[in-house]
Every structure is written in C-alpha cells, then in structure tokens.
Design a protein around this ligand. Structure first.
Ligand code: INI
Length: 165
C-alpha cells in the first residue's frame, strides 16, 4: 500500500474540464421552462471548456420518465455525469407529489446504483412564477447550477478513482 502524504488534504472537485463527456436528459413537459434550464446547463459546461460535441442531449416526455433514461445512459459507462432537467409544477391534484417523489428518488437511485453522478436539476415548485424565477430570471438558473455540479462531480470522481484509500 502506498503512503499518501496528502492524506489530510481535503479532496474537492474543481471546475476544470478534462475531456469529460456529459449527457443531459431534459423533460418536454413545461418546456418553456425546461428549455431555459437546458440553455443554462449548456452555458455552464461550454464556458468551462466542454466541447459541444461532448454534450449529448436526450428528451423525455415528462419528469417521471427521466430516471429510466438516465439509468440506461449511466450503464453505458460513456458519460462522466448525467444532468437531469425538468419542471414539476403543482396542480390541483396529487399528481405533483407522485411525479416529484418518484423522479427525485429514481434519479438518486441511478447515481447510487451506477456510481455515475446524476444531477438533480428538476424544479419542483408550487407556481409557474416560481419556476420562471429559477430558470434564468431573478432566482438564477437551476440548469446552470446543475451544469456546474456535473463538472465538479466529474472532477471529484476522477480524483477518487486515482486515490489509494
Ligand atoms: N411531468 C412534468 O415533468 N412536470 C409536471 O408538472 C407534470 N405534471 O404536473 O403532471 C408532469 N407529468 C407528466 C409525467 O411526468 C409523465 O410524463 C406522465 O405521467 C406519463 O408517464
């Protein structure tokens, strides 16, 4: 076993591209919002040096369908991180809770089962106004944040891969 002199240093993923490949799974439901999230995610990756040819974009009907596609992509082993984008907006029925819970737990299961970072860039809001605020207006862009999280996690996993724990 090698002795690691840096053992006590914190291990942090930086925001530097390193020939990483990303997939973005984007939901068509509420696409006025999700298109803005997608723009944000692409903007974050491209401005940090990721080539457009290394970003794969896949559309699904709604947020409920995101986990199965994310899992299929993760299992190929071709992607350093998968970014999941959607907008679940509360209506007058219990549908919202079902879709939001299944989507969130499905995405978490994908990343735990596959060890491929699978980023939760899905808005869950009570109103359309709250979704607009979080997709490029006064509360930022959750898609952009998701792009940064994907890059950080890709870097972190690469470091963990090299470490002798
Ligand atoms: N899908 C969403 O992405 N957002 C929503 O707000 C939403 N609501 O409210 O119904 C929604 N429903 C569709 C769902 O994701 C599935 O596509 C559908 O149930 C078919 O499986």
């Amino acid at each position: 076993m090698t002795f690691d002199t840096n053992r006590n240093l914190p291990i942090v993923g930086n925001l530097i591209n390193s020939e990483f490949v990303f997939a973005i799974v984007c939901s068509r439901f509420n696409d006025t919002i999700t298109k803005r999230l997608l723009e944000g995610a692409n903007d974050a990756l491209i401005r940090h040096g990721v080539s457009t040819s290394d970003i794969y974009e896949i559309w699904v009907p709604g947020a409920f369908e995101i986990p199965v596609v994310a899992k299929t992509l993760a299992e190929t082993g071709r992607y350093n991180a998968i970014i999941c984008l959607g907008a679940i907006i509360r209506g007058s029925t219990g549908h919202y809770d079902q879709v939001a819970n299944q989507c969130a737990s499905g995405i978490q299961k994908v990343q735990i089962d596959t060890a491929i970072p699978t980023i939760f860039g899905v808005l869950t809001t009570d109103t359309i106004e709250q979704a607009i605020e979080r997709s490029g207006t006064k509360a930022g862009n959750k898609g952009y944040e998701s792009g940064l999280s994907a890059l950080e996690m890709a870097n972190l996993m690469k470091q963990l891969d090299k470490k002798d724990f």
